[in-house]
Design a protein around this ligand. Sequence first.
Ligand SMILES: N[C@@H](CCC(=O)N[C@@H](CS)C(=O)NCC(=O)O)C(=O)O
Length: 207
Amino acid sequence: MKPILYSFRRCPYAMRGRMALHIASIETEHREILLRDKPKAMLDVSPKGTVPVLILPNGDVIDESLDVMHWALGQNDPENWLAGDESLSKSLLSENDGDFKFNLDRYKYASRYDADAKRGDTNPEHQRAAEKFIQTLETQLTKSPYLLGEYRTLTDIAIFPFIRQFANTDKTSWENNDYPNTRNWLARHLSSDLFQAIMVKHPLWAE
Ligand SMILES: N[C@@H](CCC(=O)N[C@@H](CS)C(=O)NCC(=O)O)C(=O)O
């Protein structure tokens, strides 16, 4: 029996989970969902209602993306994604999932957070605040091609889907920013076989 994965194609948390499962060669029963219409079967096992949700054959439920990554790599870690500077990894991941994500959402979806903003508006203040993290990444990527060194690790894979969202919010501004190493790092991830493989489209799962 394969593990069941509830997922949403464009969700950065689901992307990082899918990439770890893919690199670990773990096949899943993929259940593509809509965030605005979550299946009851998913909410029954994980009432907090976020993706990804992984259900193991023994019934265990893993519903945090970093836990999905760690579980998958615990089974099989062919590229050694769990290697590298643990404290640097921790601090980058907590800044990504914390302040950066906070500012990214307010930059990208200004109207959800500010009653005066129109749909489609972006917020330059939050763009600038989010950019502090891009500067941190740039400092690392000036020293080495990937965040922890010569090879991609969990840290790169867990972070780049969020930088992709930031970049896509205003492509012209991204292409003209002062972070050439981060631009190049993102472009390498986006064109990787790994990313292509996990972005294949799945039909919606019907209960
Ligand atoms: N901390 C969670 C966050 C997951 C998350 O927030 N996913 C978003 C989609 S990108 C979600 O499911 N949101 C619920 C909703 O929009 O209703 C994780 O790392 O798995």
